[in-house]
Each structure stands twice: as C-alpha cells, then as structure tokens.
Design a protein around this ligand. Structure first.
Ligand code: NAD
Length: 496
C-alpha cells in the first residue's frame, strides 16, 4: 500500500505513528494511507521554514517571481498527472479537476507579478526636504490549512503569493486527498525553490494545533467549514497571529419572473451539481419569485436533470462524481430525508443512484427538492452535496431578506433581465461575492475571494490584492537628510 508522508526542507519524510486511510470514493476502497504528523514533525517543518526565511526574505522579488514562472510551466506540463491524482482521491471528473487546476495556475500567474505587487508607496516632500514611503515587508513563517474539496486550487490561493512576498510557508492540506497537493509542492522545488521555503505536513487537529500556537508562526490562512474556521480564527488570534479563516456557505440564486429561464436552468445545473455540490460557491438554494416562475423552473429542472450522468472521474462523459466519504454520503442523504420529513417535496430523488460497476462508491445522485422553507434544517445548514432546494417567495424583497437573514454570506446570484433590479440587488445584498446572471461568481486571481458574515473570519479576503496585504506588513519610513538651510533647532510641537 502506498503511504503519503510530508515534505520538509525539500525532503520527503514519513512519520509512521498514526496513519489514516485515503479512499477512492468511486469504488469505496482504501487506496493509500496518509501519515498524520505528530507535534515534533510539525515543529521540524516550522524550524525549516524559520531557517529558510532570512535568505528568502533578502532574495529580490524578481528572482522569487522567476521561480513561479518555472512553476507555472511545470504545472501545465504535468496537468494530466495532477488531475488524475485529484480524481483518484477526491472523485471529481477530469474536466472539473482541469478547471480547478487552471484556477490555481492563475494564482501562480498573479504571483509572478511580485516586483510590481511589492512596489510600495512613495511621497516626496511630505515636509521641507522630507520624503516618506511605505514598504511591504514579509511576515516570516506563515501557515496554510486547506479543505478537501479543492486540493490543488485552494493551496495555490495561498502559498504562491505568500512565498513571492518573501515569506516561508508550512502547508497542512486535507488528509482526505493529500497526493496532488504534495506533488504540486514537489514541482515547486523542481522549479528552483530553495529548501525550507515551502514545507508540507499532512495531519489532522494535532498538526493544526501546533501551527495555531507555535510562536514562530506569524499568520494563518484557513479554508474549510465554519465551525473549524471559527476555532482557527479564535485560537490563532488569541496566540497573537494574523488570521484569515474562510468558512462554509449556503449560496442562494434568486430566479426572477423575467429571467431567461432556459439559461437559468443550464446555469443552475452546473452550479448546483458540479463537483457533486462540494464547492463553497455551489448554488444550493433557488429562490423563485412568484409561483409561475417557480413552477416553470421546477418543471424545466426536472426535465433537464434526466440527462445528468454521475460516475467515475476518468469518464469525460460524466457530469459529476461521488462525494468524499461514506459518512458524508450518509449526511447528504440525511438532509434529503429531513427536508422530506419536514414537509418538502422531493421532485428528483438521488438517494439511491445505481452506478453499474461502482456499487460501493460514495455516490449521491442529483436531487431537486421543492417547497423548502427557512425553518427546515436542510435550509439552514450547508449540505455540501448534489442537492438543489427550491424556496418559493412572492417578491424580490422577500427573496433578498431570506439571503440577508442567513448566517452565511459567501456567494449569491440573481437571474433577471432587469438591470435596475440587478443593480439594487448587488448594492444591498449582504454577501461577499455576487453574480448577475453568473452562477458561480468566483473572483479571478487579480481580485480577491471572500464571503461575509459567518463565511469568513478576519478582515482580508484570500488571494489577489488582499492576499498581498495579508502576507505583508506595512512599514512607513520618513526620511530627511539635513543640508544647509534646513538645519533646525529643537521643536516641541508637530511641524505645521
Ligand atoms: P474541514 O473544516 O473539515 O477541514 C478543513 C481543514 O481543517 C482540513 O485541513 C482539516 O484537516 C482541518 N481540520 C478539521 N477538523 C479540525 C479540527 N477539529 N481542528 C483543527 N483542524 C481541523 O472542511 P472540509 O470538509 O475539508 O471542506 C469542506 C468545507 O470547506 C465546506 O464547509 C466548504 O464550504 C468549505 N470551503 C470553504 C471555502 C471558502 O472559500 N469559503 C472554499 C472551499 C471549501
């Protein structure tokens, strides 16, 4: 059996005390085992990052960026291998994995602009013969903790930018699908990254807690579920660290009566069921305004869902794959059961999909539920599966109130032909990422990604301009060189 270890100081190492099974979710079989790092291994990784920091901090940004240019090429050359690893352990279909990887590469491309991103701010003559500038200095050792659902992309939201800013990094990927993340880190070394600048430790809470409390770690980026995000933010902050912790979601799409319904249905299919609904930006609630719109939407969705195919990652014809674990499969089915028990109607039922040859896989078929109300548990909580719930309301205001009242505020979308309604929606909705006829408004790499309310703890969003701010510390320097004519005596007041 293959075992997956850690990458510390540029070397693959393994700690064999505690191991965890890694599954192929399409077959339900254990395919590998991952080592769960004990405290000492995480401390070794932090020490390696700490030792690598001074030389890396002093490496010119242009040279740091050149490593990223080579890294981008290696990612593209090895894309098929990376997507294969993602498919084997996460289960997402190869075309979906390729999309994830591409979004990750776009963050590497952004990081290639390090010399420009780190230029700082300069003001000449802020006083007589006095100049002032702000520069952005790296923090030191920073840590990233990432979820299972994007094993390539989410780590690349973090370490490329942190590293080009001059930091060194310890990454703790998801223990459920660790192979592609570890391989990507190896490619960065092949691209010329000095040893110790990026270290990867696999593990669970034990490893994470070391990163949250060790004094040498200056900042923590986290992406995962809300209860863990809240814990990470509270613990890291209490230990004096800068922290951004991105959490879970419940993303609503408002379907207005004037929407292009065929387009809305197509967009909803991909956004609700793509990647088995295991995306933090998945649209999991359609709020239909007016019964006529709701009836049309449900009828068209029901018809379109007949054509969806669920199955194994390597078959390009499949639309989406299994969910990540048996426990998660049961949890998703549990939410469908609870919605039904609470009085909603299951229009398309994915609870018992039959996938020939993959009977033991962790599959859930695409599911459509109508008549969902805000008091239902299935509405309030994140399902993270291929389940679209329809809520019926009478007005757009009512639809917006639902969204604004929800504890999560990650993404949302409105389907309409009315520009005025769309503008009103985007101005007043209490959500961090908004789409207008765009179902998954994931910001591109040169903007920043983040939700509002309990979808993000911290001030700065992930990657893009906010990422540069997160991974640097501002220092403002004011300078005067005395020369004839500007020599002054003692002053006890601010110059005016
Ligand atoms: P998770 O919270 O279970 O795990 C995320 C990370 O935290 C993993 O590395 C895991 O090992 C670690 N972890 C788990 N339990 C821990 C504990 N008790 N103490 C310390 N660390 C712990 O999340 P997941 O199931 O891997 O990912 C799915 C979740 O991530 C969903 O809620 C999804 O919405 C969210 N997500 C959010 C975003 C976003 O940008 N907001 C993006 C992707 C995923």
């Amino acid at each position: 059996m293959n075992t997956i270890g850690h990458l510390i100081n540029g070397q693959l190492v393994s700690t064999a005390q505690r191991m965890q099974d890694v599954f192929n979710p399409a077959t339900g079989e254990v395919s590998k085992q991952v080592a769960l790092a004990p405290k000492e291994t995480v401390e070794d990784a932090i020490a390696a990052a700490q030792a690598a920091f001074p030389a890396w901090r002093d490496t010119p940004p242009l040279k740091r960026a050149r490593v990223m240019f080579r890294f981008k090429e290696l990612l593209e050359q090895n894309a098929d291998k990376i997507c294969e690893m993602i498919g084997q352990e996460h289960g997402k279909i190869c075309h979906d994995a390729a999309g994830e990887l591409q979004r990750g590469i776009e963050n590497v491309e952004f990081a290639c602009g390090a010399p420009e991103l780190l230029k700082g701010e300069f003001s000449k003559n802020v006083g007589p013969n006095i100049d002032s500038w702000s520069e952005f200095q790296p923090l030191g050792v920073v840590a990233g903790i990432t979820p299972f659902n994007f094993p390539a992309m989410v780590p690349m939201w973090m370490f490329p930018l942190a590293i080009v800013c001059g930091n060194t990094f310890v990454l703790k990927p998801s223990e459920r699908d660790p192979s592609s993340t570890l391989y990507i880190a190896q490619l960065l070394h092949e691209a010329g990254l000095p040893e110790g600048v990026l270290n990867v430790v696999n593990g669970d809470k034990e490893a994470v807690d070391v990163l949250l409390t060790d004094k040498r770690v200056q900042a923590v980026s986290f992406v995962g579920s809300t209860p863990i995000a809240e814990y990470i933010y509270a613990t890291a902050s209490a230990n004096g660290k800068r922290c951004q912790a991105l959490g879970g979601a419940k993303n609503h799409a408002i379907v207005m009566p004037d929407a292009d319904m065929d387009n809305a249905v197509n967009q909803l299919l991909g956004a609700a069921f793509g990647s088995s609904g295991e995306r933090c930006m998945a649209l999991s609630v359609a709020v239909a305004v007016g019964d006529e719109a709701a009836d049309t939407l449900v009828a068209k969705m029901q018809a379109a869902m007949k054509n969806l195919t669920v199955g194994e990652y390597s078959d390009k014809n499949n639309d989406f794959g299994p969910v990540i674990t048996r426990a998660h499969q049961q949890k998703v089915v549990g939410y469908i059961n609870s919605a039904e028990a609470d009085g909603a109607t299951v229009i398309v039922d994915g609870r018992e999909p039959s996938i020939s040859g993959y009977e033991n896989g962790f599959f859930v078929g695409a599911t459509l539920i109508d008549g969902v109300t805000p008091t239902m548990q299935s509405y309030q909580e994140e399902i993270f599966g291929p389940v679209l719930q329809v809520v019926r309301v009478a007005t757009m205001e009512e639809a917006m109130q639902l969204i604004n009242d929800h504890e999560y505020g990650n993404g949302t979308c409105i389907f309409t032909r009315d520009g005025e309604a769309a503008r009103y929606f985007s101005t007043h909705i209490q959500v961090g990422m908004v789409g207008i006829n765009v179902p998954l408004p994931v910001p591109v790499a040169y903007h920043s990604f983040g939700g509002w309310k309990r979808s993000l703890f911290g001030d700065l969003h992930a990657y893009g301009p906010d990422g540069v701010r997160f991974y640097t510390r501002r220092k403002t320097i004011t300078q005067r060189w005395p020369s004839s004519g500007v020599r002054e005596g003692v002053s006890f007041a601010f110059p005016s």
